[in-house]
Design a protein around this ligand. Structure first.
Ligand code: HEM
Length: 469
């Protein structure tokens, strides 16, 4: 019997819709939902693809019938080459075990200890900033979130004998991400043993990363007393101390995969969220003025702390609205249907791929009035309460929701407050900044911005020693 398929863009006989898709992926998906409705079908070469454009359908795939889906082969292939079998790329029973083991590291109490580190590193970055200088804010934010993730994950600056560990790791990560982006563009990833330039680059990056990680983990193992490593306060300690119900711990290989995953997932995402926020603020002086007013009233020149965050609701609204317009994770990893699944009025056949795109959902006028306008005011508690779940989903949803959600929100909130208190960032170019839909939604050529020290700015705060609370 012929399969009844939802309608969608036709594409051509051989490649399906690959050409239209790759011209501007988020736009292609958004226009498809606007034109064809809540469930859209198209083909990307041989891959039968179903795009979900309604919160109820997303709930079916991510929650109600999630056991019928796993991460798509292309994502596992590309990301798995470096990340191995970590939280992002694993599935089923194994993923559930890893999620159980990793969860304590992200307990809110634990995460809150990192607030000071986040502000201290922000101050460290700002100490280099000169009034009236022009910087590429995407690089500044990337460097900052990299420092924070290295410190909070494995206490990078406490490691001895490896040179600049954080720099080695971040350059390996950078190479891996660049190669992965190119693989996504090609739509396939050649086996690692084929000596293409990209494979060589990624293999070398993985080797360097593995060497550093082996040393870090070995050093931790040496601190063990009765098999228990010392808790140094970072996420790695927690991962090493976490015991499953059957009494087993993560082995070294698994720890390596999880650290690689957390590093990769937790650094470019937050950095892009912040870069887009600066871009939007620079274009909306009235919103920036309101932000400054909130910061000046609540902080009055003090550095922000964790305790201040509940009193800075407008700052948080700005971040939420910025992630609505430019969700760093513009699309979730594809989901492969392991069996036929009834979704809405259709059957998604076994072997098809399902796309869920936060970008698409965040730009639909049925959920967000004037969806292309930057309006932090819309994110009132009432609005959020009334918003259907999965209409706003920068961190995904269901069992695979981002494990670093609270970490990232706290980080972005603190960084925004700490920087905006001292600097106003003005656009140093007239050209609109375009996005590139890579693994994350990235500004094409960075964002050149002028740093303007605010008159009310706090004197450079004393550089506290960066340590855990
Ligand atoms: C603004 C920042 C961030 C955004 C927008 C973001 C977004 C996401 C999204 C959408 C997913 C779901 C992917 C899918 O379902 O296919 C995800 C998963 C994940 N994120 Fe994040 N993330 C951010 C920050 C972080 C941070 C700071 C960390 C860790 C320190 C992190 C670690 C992870 C991990 C490990 C997963 C996989 C979870 C699982 O499948 O069990 N993320 N993230």
């Amino acid at each position: 019997m012929a399969i009844k398929r939802p309608s969608g863009p036709q594409g051509n006989f051989l490649l399906g819709s690959i050409n239209q898709f790759s011209q501007d992926e988020p736009k292609f998906l958004l226009e498809s939902v606007k034109q064809f409705g809540d469930l859209v079908y198209f083909r990307l070469a041989h891959v039968h693809t179903y795009l979900l454009g309604h919160p109820d359908l997303i709930r079916e795939v991510l929650v109600t019938q999630s056991n019928k889906f796993e991460k798509a082969p292309l994502d596992k292939q590309i990301l798995g080459k470096f990340l191995g079998n970590g939280l992002l790329t694993s599935d089923g029973q194994f993923h559930r075990r890893q999620r159980r083991l990793a969860q304590p590291a992200f307990h809110s109490k634990r995460i809150q200890n990192y607030a000071e580190v986040m502000v201290d590193y922000t101050n460290q970055i700002m100490a280099e900033w000169q009034d009236d200088a022009i910087v590429d804010v995407t690089q500044e934010m990337m460097h900052l979130t990299m420092l924070i993730v290295s410190k909070t994950l494995f206490d990078a600056d406490a490691i001895t004998g490896t040179g600049d560990t954080a720099a080695t790791i971040s350059s390996a990560m950078h190479d891996f991400q660049a190669v992965s982006n190119r693989d996504y563009q090609r739509g396939f990833s050649l086996p690692s043993w084929i000596p293409t330039a990209d494979n060589r680059l990624r293999n070398r990056a993985a080797k360097e990363f593995n060497q550093v990680m082996e040393q870090i983990i070995a050093e931790r193992r040496q601190t063990a007393v009765n098999g228990q490593v010392a808790d140094t306060g970072d996420l790695l300690s927690m991962l090493m101390l976490s015991v499953d119900e059957d009494g087993t711990f993560m082995d070294d290989r698994q720890l390596r995969d999880e650290v690689a995953t957390l590093f990769a997932a937790g650094h470019e995402t937050t950095s892009n969220a912040l870069s887009w926020t600066w871009y939007l603020l620079a274009q909306h002086p009235e919103i920036e003025a309101k932000l400054h007013e909130e910061l000046d009233t609540v902080l009055d020149g003090r550095q922000p702390t964790l305790a201040d965050l509940p009193n800075l609701p407008y700052s948080l609204q700005i971040i939420k609205e910025s992630m609505r317009l430019y969700p760093p994770a513009w699309i979730l990893n594809g989901r492969l249907a392991l069996e036929d699944a009834e979704i809405g009025d259709y059957t998604i056949p076994k072997g098809s791929t399902v796309f869920v795109s936060p970008y698409v959902m965040h730009h639909l006028p049925q959920y967000f009035d004037k969806p292309e306008t930057f309006m932090p005011e819309r994110f009132t508690p009432e609005f959020e309460k009334a918003l259907p779940k999965f209409a706003y989903m920068p961190f995904g949803g269901g069992a695979r929701v981002c494990i670093g959600n609270a970490f990232a929100m706290m980080e972005a909130h603190l960084i925004l407050a700490a920087i905006a208190q001292r600097f106003s960032l003005e656009l140093a170019t007239d050209k609109p900044v375009q996005y590139k839909a890579q693994i994350t939604l990235t500004p094409v050529d960075g964002i050149q911005m002028r740093l303007v020290e605010r008159e009310t700015a706090v004197a450079t705060p004393p550089q506290s020693e960066i340590a855990y609370a």
